[in-house]
Design a protein around this ligand. Structure first.
Ligand code: C2E
Ligand code: MG
Ligand code: MG
Ligand code: MG
Length: 277
């Protein structure tokens, strides 16, 4: 119909575009206040050893409980926070809160996602140092997850910030490995402590021999470079046994637990410890 009317095509789409922009603007305005209004919470998802199934640590995952729109996924609001620079104060908050929580986890590690924009701030190292100092979390127990997109800039400054972080004792993980085009180049330029194989490779393991071949190659790469390997998005026992057989060190996914509150995670860890004792 719109086509037949020729030029009116534009008019058909305008209101929708307008609506999208309005929604975006409203979300950004709300996001500015989200921290102060205590609408942000951090959940923790267990990471386990594939060999023993024991919890080795957890990844902090941010959630936004919007007063009228309900739960908003980080896939939606993290990009907005990045585009507006809000990710810098929000990221600093996540880091400090999560470090506080993880302080009481014995020797388990805490993984925190950091966005490219945060890593490019000259003040980022100080932000991390402050979170560690205030929480009392030993640097060795903190792991920063950086997506390879962070490396796209691959600037000398970014690499300098990463090495200062490593000299603090903080560990660095490359998140979503294999989904970008610069993963290998980045591994050549910088030493990471962990590679997280993206969920898209794990999802098809049961049916796709090529997925298995790719996984095997990434694990071999990790082992050759002496880098720990973690598989994201493990949902069934079949995937776990394959990962174990192939020598992947760590796994994370719904099979072991969805992202959960700090209290639930703490209880999980205590149950595990009492079973071992
Ligand atoms: P990510 O860092 O790759 O985190 C893994 C995502 O996979 C999480 O989604 C997690 O809930 C989900 N997941 C874990 N296990 C499974 C599974 O077995 N099956 C399936 N289908 N999904 C699984 P989530 O929590 O929605 O977070 C999405 C992304 O948002 C994260 O991807 C990360 O890039 C970003 N993000 C989350 N929190 C933060 C944060 O505090 N700061 C920054 N900069 N980014 C964050
Ligand atoms: Mg992550
Ligand atoms: Mg990931
Ligand atoms: Mg991701």
């Amino acid at each position: 119909q719109a086509k037949a009317e020729g030029g009116s095509c534009l008019r058909v789409f305008e209101p929708a575009m307008d609506e999208r922009l309005r929604t975006r603007r409203a979300l950004v305005a709300d996001l500015r206040n989200a921290m102060a209004r205590q609408e942000l919470t951090i959940l923790f998802q267990p990471q386990v050893s594939t060999a023993t199934r024991r919890i080795t640590g957890a990844e902090a995952l941010l959630r936004w409980h919007h007063p009228t729109r309900g739960l908003i996924s980080p896939e939606t609001f993290i990009p907005l926070a990045e585009q507006t620079g809000l990710i810098v104060p929000i990221g600093a908050w996540v880091l400090e809160q999560a470090c506080h929580v993880a302080r009481g986890w014995g020797d388990l590690h805490l993984a925190v996602n950091v966005s490219p924009l945060q890593v490019r701030q000259a003040s980022f190292v100080a932000t991390v140092e402050q979170a560690l100092a205030r929480s009392g979390l030993p640097p060795q127990r903190l792991e920063l997850e950086i997506t390879e997109a962070a490396m796209l800039a691959n600037s000398a400054e970014t690499l300098g910030i990463l090495s200062r972080l490593r000299s603090l004792g903080v560990r660095l993980a490359m998140d979503d490995f294999g989904t970008g085009y610069s993963s290998l180049a980045t591994l050549q330029r910088f030493r990471f402590d962990k590679i997280k194989v993206d969920r898209s490779f794990i999802r098809h393991l049961a049916r796709d021999a090529r997925a298995v071949a790719l996984l095997r190659a990434v694990i071999a790469l990790g082992s050759a470079l002496d880098v720990t390997t973690n598989a994201e998005g493990v949902e069934d026992e079949g995937q776990l046994s394959l990962l174990r057989a192939e020598g992947c060190d760590e796994a994370q996914g719904y099979l072991f637990g969805r992202p959960m509150s700090a209290a639930e995670f703490h209880a999980r860890v205590n149950r595990q410890d009492s079973r071992a004792a």
